[in-house]
Design a protein around this ligand. Sequence first.
Ligand SMILES: CC(C)(COP(=O)(O)OP(=O)(O)OC[C@H]1O[C@@H](n2cnc3c(N)ncnc32)[C@H](O)[C@@H]1OP(=O)(O)O)[C@@H](O)C(=O)NCCC(=O)NCCS
Length: 189
Amino acid sequence: MRFSYRIDDDVELSLAEVRHAEEVYQLVKDNYDYLRQWLPWLDEDYALEHARDVIKQNLLNLSENKGFSMRILFQKRMAGNISYNFIDWRHRRTEIGYWLAAPFQGKGIMTKACRALIDNAFHEMKLNRVEICCVVENKRSRMIPERLGFTLEGVLRQGEWLHDSFHDLAVYSTLASEWRDKDSPSKTR
Ligand SMILES: CC(C)(COP(=O)(O)OP(=O)(O)OC[C@H]1O[C@@H](n2cnc3c(N)ncnc32)[C@H](O)[C@@H]1OP(=O)(O)O)[C@@H](O)C(=O)NCCC(=O)NCCS
């Protein structure tokens, strides 16, 4: 059984199953230094068991309607990951989180993957608000909500603990009403 969503000829989203743990672990390990700069969950003792536990927790979250992650495949190879970090059904809002392995940067993969999750959040899940939060210094990450026309709402001072120090967190959002106005099949970027 495959749970996947094709974005275009190159990019596909696919739900991670426990059998994918090794692939996830290897990709994270191969990109460890570059990813650790920005990912607070990536600890020094990251291990295959951790990748397995995260996949199991993700399947549980999906079954409980609390949010889920998808592997991002580029030309059938795993390139990264994208998640609804949580789903707040009462207030109909979610937050998207993501990472890409270094060699896959610069191709627009994450912008496309975000667009797919945002479309799904508004059209299928009928949510009202999507947030993306980025450490202020993480310019590549901030470019994604900016490219997608999100509004920068403000900065949570020292909003994120990144391994050894606090960092300011830029909070971006888009609303269903705004996204509808931008939504057109002719969008390319
Ligand atoms: C954040 C991160 C996903 C950004 O990756 P990215 O490659 O810059 O983002 P995209 O995949 O959307 O690609 C955008 C780039 O592709 C280019 N591009 C090419 N075709 C494109 C298209 N169709 N649409 C959009 N951009 C396109 C853009 O010009 C941009 O290139 P540039 O940076 O040279 O200007 C990546 O740097 C990363 O994973 N970093 C480490 C983990 C991390 O920081 N996670 C986020 C924590 S908040």
